[in-house]
Design a protein around this ligand. Structure first.
Ligand code: NAD
Length: 290
């Protein structure tokens, strides 16, 4: 068994979508060298371009020095696929929420990334024990579940698989603290703590919509002003991505085996239509006109 590396210098991020880019940004701003990988180098570079724009807005608002923006960007290097992450001390996998894909990626990461490196998943719902089991280093696999948007949200949920070693857990907690995050630890159970609570709430809002209890605006305003939530569940679902919400709901339903977790048809239909929320320009709301 390889000893997990305690001092993490190079951090890999696999998947340069909204979460992967957010993780790369906070890691770079905390002083890590970051390799940001996606299926193609173009997709990885697009993720880095998005970070450049976000950091520029902070500079324009006077919240960030231009030199700090340049330094953060200089430490994020776009990389091609799993092979581009070979030298990393810890990789956070933040690819699409799909069990078969993540199993393939963990097998490939295990082959490509140097021995002893920690392999973390930002999965919202998929078993860490299951992902660890496809590798030859199950003791070095852990869940590191960031919240969206990563630079804004303080929480990181740490998930120990059955095989996760104390060293891996301690190194991951240390990294989260260095990223200035607050941690909670969850048992490896479908949806962990946060999505076990959130996704049934979002799904119930979808049922309320499909049963015609009110318009999307009524449901969201009800949650905001009636429950003191900062965002309504439908607008939050649009921010998360309706494909991601559906994937999590399906994991909860299948793994927990209780029909109370079955996804509302309106959610499934929106995903089938390609209306994935903000990232596709349309979800429960229309973002195409800004
Ligand atoms: P996204 O759709 O914005 O990005 C997913 C990225 O993964 C894309 O850039 C895609 O090209 C890439 N990808 C797909 N297959 C790949 C492969 N084989 N190799 C490398 N990259 C690949 O999704 P997201 O919202 O960033 O979610 C990513 C992960 O983070 C999911 O596991 C999701 O459950 C989790 N997560 C999402 C949120 C959220 O609010 N969206 C919050 C916490 C965790």
């Amino acid at each position: 068994m390889n000893e997990p590396i305690q001092s993490i210098k190079i951090l890999g991020v696999l998947g340069a979508g909204q979460m992967g880019a957010g993780i790369a940004q906070v890691a770079a701003q905390a002083g890590y060298a970051v390799q940001l990988a996606d299926v193609t180098l173009e997709q990885a570079s697009r993720g880095r371009d998005g970070i450049a724009k976000i950091l520029q807005k902070s500079v324009d608002k006077g919240k960030l020095a231009a030199a700090d923006r340049e330094a953060a960007l200089a430490s994020i290097v776009p990389a091609l696929g799993v092979e581009g992450l070979a030298d990393c001390d810890l990789v956070v996998e933040a690819a699409t929420e799909n069990i078969e894909l993540k199993k393939r990626l963990f097998e490939a990461l295990d082959r490509a990334v140097k021995p002893g490196a920690i392999l973390a998943s930002n999965t919202s719902s998929i078993s860490i024990t299951l992902l660890a089991a496809v590798t030859r280093r199950p003791e070095s696999v852990v869940g590191m579940h960031f919240m969206n948007p990563v630079p804004v949200m303080k929480l990181v949920e740490i998930i120990r698989g059955l095989q996760t070693s104390d060293q891996t857990y301690a190194a991951t907690m240390g990294l989260a603290q260095r990223l200035n995050k607050t941690t909670i630890t969850s048992k490896d159970s479908p949806g962990f703590i946060v999505n076990r609570i959130l996704i049934p709430l979002i799904n119930e809002a979808c049922f309320a919509l499909q049963e015609g209890l009110g318009a999307a605006e009524d449901i969201d305003t009800g949650a905001k002003l009636g429950l003191n939530h900062p965002m309504g569940p439908l607008e939050l679902a649009d921010l998360i991505g309706l494909d991601t919400c559906l994937a999590i709901a399906d994991v909860l339903h299948r793994e927990l085996g209780d029909d109370k977790y079955r996804a509302a048809n309106v959610l499934r239909m929106h995903v089938a239509a390609g209306w994935l929320g903000r990232k596709s320009g349309r979800g429960f709301y229309d973002y195409r006109k800004g």
